[in-house]
Ligand binder design. Structure first.
Ligand SMILES: [Fe+2]
Ligand SMILES: [Fe+2]
Length: 182
């Protein structure tokens, strides 16, 4: 069952979303992301799915390109190494700045991507990365990526039973719901 953090919806039954990504979620290159831990208790595939889903909802809500948002979410961290062990090559920069370039290169080699999706991948770490996003959808993914990272860490601590994170869960949920549904 495909499920995003803080959601019980089976995404494979949510046609409007699933139609945008059904060729990607079973692709062997995207599924390789299951092999890598990304945030506490979350694989890179699950993180990418979370960003894809909430990006879709928020872009749709804002009348932006929700299909590109859903697809770019699955591409934005398309790199195949453990970031704790990765040695940047010359000119790549530190991980926070370098991995979007690697993800863009991988996505361009493995899939057909649009200019908009490319901007969303390349600049999803803004403002850490120096380039200003060219599209409104890219500003959306910069926010969704960060909120998903927080939600994943919260979800992990909640799953191991630390009750003191309940308030933090409510806070993260409120932010996500306000961003996606209101
Ligand atoms: Fe990233
Ligand atoms: Fe990310």
């Amino acid at each position: 069952m495909l499920k995003a953090v803080f959601s019980n919806k089976d995404l494979s039954l949510f046609d409007e979303y699933f139609d945008c990504v059904k060729d990607l979620v079973n692709d062997r290159n995207i599924l390789r992301l299951c092999e890598f831990s990304h945030h506490s208790g979350t694989t890179r595939f699950q993180h990418s799915l979370n960003v894809s889903y909430y990006n879709f909802l928020l872009c749709r809500r804002l009348h932006l390109d929700a299909r590109a948002g859903a697809r770019a979410g699955l591409f934005h961290d398309l790199f195949f190494y453990d970031r704790r062990e990765h040695e940047p090559v010359k000119g790549e920069g530190w991980h926070g700045v370098g991995h979007p370039k690697i993800a863009l290169s991988n996505a361009g080699e493995m899939f057909s991507i649009s200019e908009l999706e490319g901007d969303m991948i390349l600049n999803h770490m803004w403002p850490l990365s120096p380039r200003l996003p060219k599209h409104r959808e890219t500003f959306v993914i910069t926010l969704v990526d960060k909120f998903c990272a927080v939600a994943e860490v919260m979800s992990h601590f909640l799953s191991v039973g630390t009750a003191r994170f309940r308030l933090a869960e409510v806070f993260a949920l409120t932010l996500l719901v306000r961003m996606t549904l209101h």
